[in-house]
Design a protein around this ligand. Sequence first.
Ligand code: SPQ
Length: 430
Amino acid sequence: MTSLKLKNYKHKLTGEITVPGDKSISHRSVMFGSVAHGETIVSNFLPGDDCLSTISCFRKLGVSIHEENDGLRIIGKGFEGLTEPNEILDVGNSGTTIRLLMGILAGRPFFSSIIGDHSIGKRPMTRVTEPLSSMGARIDGRKNAMYTPISIRGGKLNAIEYQLPVASAQVKSAIILAGLQAEGETVILQPAQTRDHTERMIRQFGGEIVTEDRFIKVKGGQKLKAATIHVPGDISSAAFFLAAGATVPESSIVLKNVGLNPTRTGMIEVMKQMGAELEIREYENGSFEPAGDIYIKSSVLKGTIIEGDMIPALIDEIPIIALMAAQADGPTVIRNAEELKVKETNRIDTVVHELQKLGAAIEATDDGMIIHGKSKLRGGTVSSHGDHRIGMMLAIASLLCEGEVILEQPEAISVSYPNFFTHLNQLLSQ
Ligand code: SPQ
């Protein structure tokens, strides 16, 4: 196990960085490029471990994917161009890869088996295997297809009408991807709006999908056409530097080319609510995914309440929001975020335990946490527990700790932000 010593107490951050490509959009660009017809070009693709796992799975399914410059060239031959893999598909640490991949494989007339790492082996898959089985796929796996290893024998699918039991973009996307291959029209009702990258990408690949309020309708048998995709920067990666800029005294930084899809910008709304001094300059480039530059300065923050329909728009940012809240005046309450328990780690537990070790006044609740503001943070030994977002949150926490922080398992960060420490050092060195 590796560890990293971090000590930059209250060292201001200045300058600008361009955060790497969005992870959710990068995954989808490989998947849609693989099932469309023709040559898809992807630029600003995120070369994080999770997205590399997606590439590896689609190569095993017979797709030619070339890594060129900062992007990809994918030769798609339609859904029917995918071929039975003669190796096990390994999704590594990536929940997005396994769940969306199952949606695609559900409609393919061949056998595949899927595994992932230790963390994936603990994440619930029934939320996807159940609706896909009811569409006609034959799926099995450990504990009645709850966990990996999973096997799928796909084939002819029927459309379904399905009410999502959880607000999850991954479950929604898996059903949409199966729906594109099914007979009839699939109708999905979401309990709350979740990230809509799949819906936007279908249109970009020439497909049709209807989104009305919380209903989504997609017809089967559509033929997707290759596209050119520019991936904007990942707001979930920018989030770590937004929090650092707001909490470390005398900081002033610019984050360039950040994706500003309204289903992902919950953290920005929360920061405004907390009194952060930030400015957004959105580009007017007509892209299928909006983007812009974010300017952030150190700010006097106040506690807030985060709950209900806001949660899906900032679910991955809660670890770093918790750290920011520990520096704010007054308490912050986070509710209705039980989905955190089934991420790469149980993020309620890992956030609370690791921040407590550094001296934060934070407590776990059944569906979130309560963070008492203005905590004086000391140093200590903490761990990412193999979760990239916990690792990055703790690295930012070290900027606010009087003593040295030793971060165990920092390598997990390469799942979504391989050059995180290069960017951090760049902002600290100006
Ligand atoms: O891919 P993975 O491992 O599930 O990644 C995470 C993350 O923190 O990067 C969650 F752990 O992001 C999910 C996110 O939480 C990515 C995602 C997507 O691309 O569709 C949707 C969200 O998950 P869910 O379960 O709410 O649909």
